[in-house]
Design a protein around this ligand. Structure first.
Ligand SMILES: Nc1ncnc2c1ncn2[C@@H]1O[C@H](COP(=O)(O)OP(=O)(O)O)[C@@H](O)[C@H]1O
Ligand SMILES: [Mg+2]
Length: 161
């Protein structure tokens, strides 16, 4: 939507199907130069995991059907590459961490994930329900929020600090 002189950015999109959300994820991946940790915010069924399918596909990290919810496994790790772009003249190796902290209730439980080890220069860390934990918000570079509108419409907002 706009870019402020502070370097903060907000981009707002509307999708009309899960396929469009996956396609948007492919585009958004190009804006996520590592290191990045982002909170994925939105109700159950909003489309957080669906968006990750597109991000992972853009990175060559996994096919969309290989991306499943880490609700029970908590962390899924993939290896991929951020393709070359205007901002980034050569491809860059990326570790993609897809995390879901929905089932975690305390900072002590979160500590057992050892998330600080994922905050490495070549990582993109996407945390569903990350807004539950101040530690995650404090270490994040922003968030992607997804709101269900009517039917299959979703409003998707990427905010980078
Ligand atoms: N525009 C859309 N974007 C994403 N998912 C959509 C959309 N319209 C319908 N859906 C459906 O909503 C559900 C989203 O599920 P999922 O991505 O697992 O959500 P979350 O991870 O936020 O709980 C899927 O069943 C998907 O097919
Ligand atoms: Mg999910």
């Amino acid at each position: 939507m706009n870019t402020h002189s502070t370097g903060a950015q907000t981009h707002v999109y509307v999708t009309h199907s899960s396929e469009e959300t996956i396609a948007l994820g492919r585009e958004l991946a190009l804006l996520l130069a590592p290191p990045k940790m982002l909170v994925l915010r939105g109700d159950l069924g909003a489309g957080k995991t669906t968006l990750v399918k597109g991000i992972a596909a853009a990175l060559g990290a996994a096919e969309p059907e290989e991306i499943t919810s880490p609700t029970f496994t908590l962390i899924h790790e993939y290896e991929g590459q951020l393709p070359a772009s205007d901002a980034q003249p050569s491809a860059q190796a990326v570790r993609l961490y897809h995390i879901d902290v929905y089932r975690l209730e305390s900072q002590r439980q979160l500590d057992t994930l050892g998330m600080e080890e994922f905050l490495i220069p070549d990582s993109i860390v996407l945390v569903e329900w990350g807004e539950k934990f101040p530690w995650i918000v404090a270490h994040s570079h922003g968030e992607i929020s997804i709101h269900a509108l009517h039917g299959e419409e979703r409003k998707i907002t990427l905010s980078l600090h």
